[in-house]
Design a protein around this ligand. Structure first.
Ligand code: SF4
Length: 588
């Protein structure tokens, strides 16, 4: 039975027993609002301590928030799981239609447990869960065909989300992604591998419920205010016009664009892979997540002639963003923009995280350059800067894993460097591959202490840019600023609002939107909730073996100049001990 307030409904699915039930969990949503706050609590409840991330007891949790379906840009779903990539907190956010579909289906969260004995996909329609045989979809090479078959066999056209994995998830690559609506992803930390080990090819969700609002008049006023700002602000216009690739040239000018495994910070071929050039030469369409007027998703149309039919073209549609450009173009020295798009297309087809893949291939290229590995390991593949064809083939082999070397690459850069050497230039933070910013200490300390070890945890790069214009904060002040941002982001990711709209969703606007959704939260309440969720995440990490005493800083970040000069290791150690003290103080 579904409750009147769909947000309180948590759908529990057991793949082993092919059963499901719904529980009303007002307790969770009252205390943690939704999204990340609810998901980490469900993870704590459902994931046994020390469980094998590839085993049946690792749960997959999806959660949305009170603003989902009600307000513009509240378009994201939070996924939580134990990460097969880092062995602790797995958290990834995705838009597309996932969030609105989940809420319209009548749920605030979904928990998927167990393992199927045969490949399945789960179809959730209007309060019923169907387990469909997906044997025919398992192993399929085309990412489009899987979606098409599910679309043709399931209802909910125009409203539904289809989350699915590619071959990398099936082959348990530890940084495999989950794709929704062809162009959006739960990219980081290996949700695709958790799907794969459960033999779960896809999850399809649709529903047509309506949502209550507490005060119609206030709802309209607040809605209009957010909508107007979203369509008129210059920041949002930039996201629409060029998207995040607008950052490629400014970061290059700044000397902060990691190039050739961060041996350099400016790329001589940058103009070929800038947001401007990609838009001029390839932009095929822009797309938006459900309930978003910004449409920041940029999709390139790559037209390639067939070898034996010169006037017959294949057109591939490939979404691109700043992070994949950094990871698959500049980090690999790929200046041929068609080559970059071909590599991106392969990454999308097999379903791996673009950032992790680029950083791993950059390490492998440098390891080959230095003689740590040879063609014996790569199986005659010449990994060299700019050689996009070799990189496309390497991605295929990371999935097929023909030998120990590719099996090591399939587990991430830290694992590969532990096996073959080269830890000094293996750009891993807390076991996750580096984001695309060498702006200063904020970016790297932020990635090191962030709960997900990613750039979206606390956006340390923006603190660096402020510091470049003024002065470097003390390590203590840097950590305090990173934590303030990360804690506030816990509130936004519990609502769940797209981080691109963080300038619109100020504390005042958040209070107003929550009032419309039936929540009364003061600024102080929000601050407390943000801190509590952050600490809950860290408690889970530590419970699963993460230790700040074991984190390793790649030597490379101290060897390459940043816009604020060479980075100082002692500054990092100071920052780390301030962070440890901060965590300890909040636990006591
Ligand atoms: S700004 Fe972009 S990522 Fe964010 S909700 Fe809109 S389309 Fe999706």
């Amino acid at each position: 039975m579904l409750n009147d307030d769909p947000l309180a409904n948590v759908l529990y699915i057991d793949l082993s027993k092919r059963s499901y039930r719904v529980a009303q969990r007002q307790d969770l949503f009252e205390k943690y609002v939704g999204g990340a706050g609810v998901a980490v609590q469900l993870l704590e409840e459902e994931c046994p301590q020390g469980c094998d991330p590839y085993g049946p007891h690792n749960p997959i949790i999806f959660a949305v928030g009170p603003l989902t379906g009600l307000f513009p840009l509240a378009s994201k779903t939070v996924a939580m799981f134990k990460s097969p990539h880092t062995g602790n907190l797995g958290e990834s956010h995705c838009g597309g239609r996932s969030a609105v579909a989940l809420r319209m289906a009548g749920y605030g969260a979904i928990v998927i447990n167990g393992t199927s004995d045969i490949p399945v996909y789960v179809a959730i329609h209007d309060g019923r869960v169907h387990f469909r045989d997906a044997s025919v979809l398992w192993g399929m090479g085309s990412r489009f065909t899987v979606g098409r078959i599910i679309r043709e066999n399931e209802p909910g056209s125009g409203l539904r989300t289809i989350m699915r994995i590619g071959r990398a998830g099936e082959q348990l690559v530890s940084y495999a992604s989950v794709t929704t609506e062809t162009y959006r992803h739960f990219g980081r930390l290996g949700l695709g591998a958790v799907f794969g080990c459960k033999k779960l090819k896809a999850v399809q969700i649709s529903g047509k419920r309506s949502l209550p609002v507490a005060d119609q008049k206030q709802y309209r006023t607040t809605y209009d205010e957010i909508y107007k700002t979203a369509v008129s602000s210059s920041a949002m216009k930039k996201y629409h016009d060029l998207g995040t690739p607008q950052n490629v040239l400014p970061l290059n000018d700044l000397g902060a664009l990691p190039t050739r495994n961060l041996k350099e910070v400016r790329f001589e071929g940058v103009s070929n892979v800038s947001g401007e050039t990609l838009a001029e030469q390839f932009l095929g369409r822009r797309l938006a997540c459900s309930h978003c007027p910004v449409a920041c998703i940029h999709v390139a149309a790559l037209r390639e002639p067939y070898e034996d039919e010169p006037y017959f073209y294949k057109t591939s549609m490939i979404s691109y963003d700043y992070e994949p450009i950094y990871a698959l173009a500049t980090m690999l020295g790929v200046s041929d923009n068609r080559g970059f798009l071909e590599l991106m297309d392969e990454v999308e087809t097999v379903g791996v995280d673009a950032m992790s893949t680029g950083v791993i291939l950059a390490w492998a290229t440098e390891a080959m350059e230095r003689g740590l590995i040879s063609e014996k390991e790569t199986l005659d593949l010449e990994l060299s800067w700019g050689n996009h064809r070799a990189y496309v083939e390497a991605v295929r082999r990371i999935v097929s894993q023909p030998n120990d070397f590719y099996r090591a690459l399939a587990r991430g850069v830290k694992h590969a460097a532990d096996q073959y050497g080269g830890a000094d230039f293996a750009l891993s933070f807390g076991g996750n591959e580096m984001p695309g910013y060498h702006t200063g200490p904020g970016a790297h300390v932020g990635a090191l202490i962030g709960a997900r070890h990613g750039h979206l945890d606390n956006a340390g790069y923006s603190l660096d840019q402020k510091a470049a214009a003024t002065e470097l904060p003390t390590p203590e002040k840097l950590v305090a600023a990173l934590m303030a941002e990360e804690e506030w982001r816990q509130v936004l990711s519990s609502l769940v609002v797209c981080f691109f709209a963080r300038g619109i969703y100020t504390q005042e606007i958040v209070s107003e939107t929550l009032r419309s959704a039936g929540f009364e939260l003061s600024k102080e309440d929000m601050e407390k909730i943000g801190m509590m969720i952050h600490r809950n995440k860290y408690r889970f990490k530590i419970r699963e073996g993460f230790s700040l005493d074991d984190v390793r800083l790649p030597k490379r970040i101290f060897e390459t100049e940043s816009p604020i000069g060479m980075l100082d290791k002692a500054y990092f150690q100071d920052a780390l001990s301030h962070f440890k003290n901060m965590l300890l103080a909040s636990e006591s």
